[in-house]
Write a protein that binds this ligand. Structure first.
Ligand SMILES: [Zn+2]
Length: 75
């Protein structure tokens, strides 16, 4: 079973889906019983998605619109 510490170390790999099946399963099981890590991964996902969508011209960033888009996609 993974610990919360291992979960945070796996963070970016989890987001990128860069995990072996056995690890993915362990992560899945951990998330099922650990609301804290579920929240952590959720925030990481949101952050990385937002970062990928940032336009080069930072003045044009409309974070509310980006968040809206992300929520739309999750439906
Ligand atoms: Zn945890």
């Amino acid at each position: 079973m993974l610990t919360c510490r291992e979960m945070s170390e796996l963070g970016s790999d989890i987001i990128e889906g860069d995990l072996r099946l056995s690890t993915r399963w362990a992560v899945f099981m951990h998330l099922k019983m650990c609301p804290r890590c579920t929240l952590y991964i959720k925030q990481l996902k949101l952050t990385s998605a937002v970062l990928q969508q940032l336009p080069l011209n930072t003045e044009a960033v409309d974070s509310a619109a980006i968040l809206e888009k992300l929520q739309e996609r999750d439906k």
